[in-house]
Design a protein around this ligand. Structure first.
Ligand SMILES: Cc1cc2nc3c(=O)[nH]c(=O)nc-3n(C[C@H](O)[C@H](O)[C@H](O)COP(=O)(O)OP(=O)(O)OC[C@H]3O[C@@H](n4cnc5c(N)ncnc54)[C@H](O)[C@@H]3O)c2cc1C
Length: 407
């Protein structure tokens, strides 16, 4: 059996692991640091992130606004971002000569449009700083040894280190070990998913995007924003956001629930009835089906008219009170039966993880064990799409590096 001693061992060679290691070594080159990674390769999620482009943060300017993008971790991250937030992250990458760009929706990417730029930089820098990257080291246990060092075991080796940083993301084995030694783990459930709806007429509208309000029946969960109709149901920013804020509730329904769509955002039924009466008067001779209102496209309007069971050949003048009531009902509250979820391929994340009450967010150290630190997705923190999940990883990692830099 090999046996090796380090000042700090980081378990997990992902975004948080590399950011921790590089920042510790930059602050204190004398420390002996190792990253233990179970796979053959490191930074696998960075590689596939953001559709291969790595959306590494978001440009939202105010911390109070930035934290609203975290269904879990909002309160804790507010103070963490004061130490190292998105501005510091952008400066950090730019100071490494990695050119960044901000897209109109606020997402920040490397200008190269490839995550490989980030991976190449991390690997080169880790080599320069003499960070030991040990692959195929699937950690099976860690305990405090008699001399108060951490003893970390993989299948074939034992390592010792004074400080231990866990950046293993949503790895259930590590959560189990933490639970066994007394930490509380909030049950992990998926976040950032799309809704499966088996409805042929809806599915035929695939590709249409529309700004709406969506609600989950029987709950207070709601979002306003764009939805995208797909061949399996609904996706788009509003759906992903709702899936994140509803991650726990929706897992309890086994992803079977009723989604209510207001196609006219915050217009009420009564307001729409009044608007339809005016349209009936002003456009009396026009065919209802062929003349989209409220800015709808022809395809979407025709679908909504069919849902309201308004005959094809009817002019506005000939619509009955019941027709207008049906249409107002469809426009403000169409119900869909969601029966399952699908993974959003550009970004997904796990809600749940180490209970935040047990972490000191000034240092990212465990409140139960000294010299045990956490960063990234291992914590019960997750964000919506847009670069917020990586920001959690960079911020936590940077704070860990501040805590450990003096050895
Ligand atoms: C397809 C996809 C796209 C994404 N795109 C974006 C995006 O564009 N922007 C964004 O902000 N977020 C994105 N995310 C989310 C983001 O990737 C994660 O939040 C982030 O990678 C978390 O970093 P981490 O270092 O905490 O964990 P991870 O990146 O998951 O790294 C954990 C590492 O630990 C290793 N490990 C686990 N267990 C052990 C063990 N027992 N022993 C040794 N090693 C172990 C793993 O192999 C892994 O390398 C995306 C996620 C996915 C799945």
């Amino acid at each position: 059996m090999n046996s090796t001693h380090f000042d700090t061992i980081i378990i997990g060679g992902g975004a948080a692991g590399f950011f921790t290691a590089i920042n510790i070594k930059e602050k204190n080159p004398n420390l002996k640091i190792a990253i233990l990674e179970r796979g053959n390769e490191v930074l696998q999620k960075v590689k596939i992130s953001g559709g291969g482009r790595c959306n590494l943060t978001n440009a939202v300017a105010e911390i109070n606004e930035f934290v609203k993008n975290y269904p879990r971790g909002k309160k804790e991250l507010r103070s963490c971002f004061q130490q190292f937030g998105n501005k510091e992250t952008i400066l950090w990458f730019e100071s490494k000569s990695i050119a960044l760009k901000t897209e109109p929706d606020g997402r920040v990417f490397p200008k190269s449009d490839t995550s490989q730029t980030i991976i190449d930089y991390f690997l080169t820098r880790a080599k320069e700083l003499k960070i030991n990257i040990l692959l195929k080291q699937n950690v099976e246990s860690f305990t405090k040894s008699s001399n108060n060092n951490w003893e970390i075991k993989t299948r074939d080796a034992t390592f010792f280190s004074e400080k231990l940083v866990l950046t293993t993301g949503s790895n259930s084995k590590i959560w189990q070990i933490l639970e066994d030694i007394g930490h509380q783990i909030v049950k992990p459930v998926p976040s950032l998913f799309t809704f499966n709806i088996e409805d042929q007429k809806l599915n035929q509208l695939m590709g249409i995007s529309q700004e709406v309000t969506i609600r989950i029946k029987g709950t207070s969960l709601m979002q306003q924003g764009n939805i995208l109709i797909t061949h399996w149901g609904l996706s788009g920013p509003a759906v992903l956001k709702l899936s994140a804020f509803g991650a726990v509730n929706l897992s309890e329904t086994d992803y079977t629930f009723t989604l209510m769509v207001n196609w006219l955002k915050d217009n009420t039924y009564d307001q729409v009835i009044e608007k339809l009466k005016v349209i009936k008067q002003n456009q009396a001779k026009k065919n209802v089906l062929k003349n989209p209102q409220f800015g709808f496209t022809h395809r979407l309007w025709e679908y909504l008219i069919q849902l309201a069971q308004i005959p094809e050949n009817l002019n506005f003048a000939d619509t009955s009170k019941l027709h207008l009531q049906n249409l107002a009902q469809v426009l403000t509250n169409t119900n869909y039966s969601v029966s399952g979820k699908s993974t959003f391929k550009d970004e997904f994340v796990t809600a749940g993880g180490i209970d935040l009450k047990e972490v000191n967010f000034k240092t990212m150290e465990s409140k139960l064990f000294s010299n045990l630190f956490f960063a990234g997705e291992i914590l019960n923190i997750d964000g919506i799409t847009g670069g917020f999940n990586f920001q959690n990883a960079w911020t936590g990692a940077w704070i860990v590096s501040e805590s450990i830099k003096n050895g």
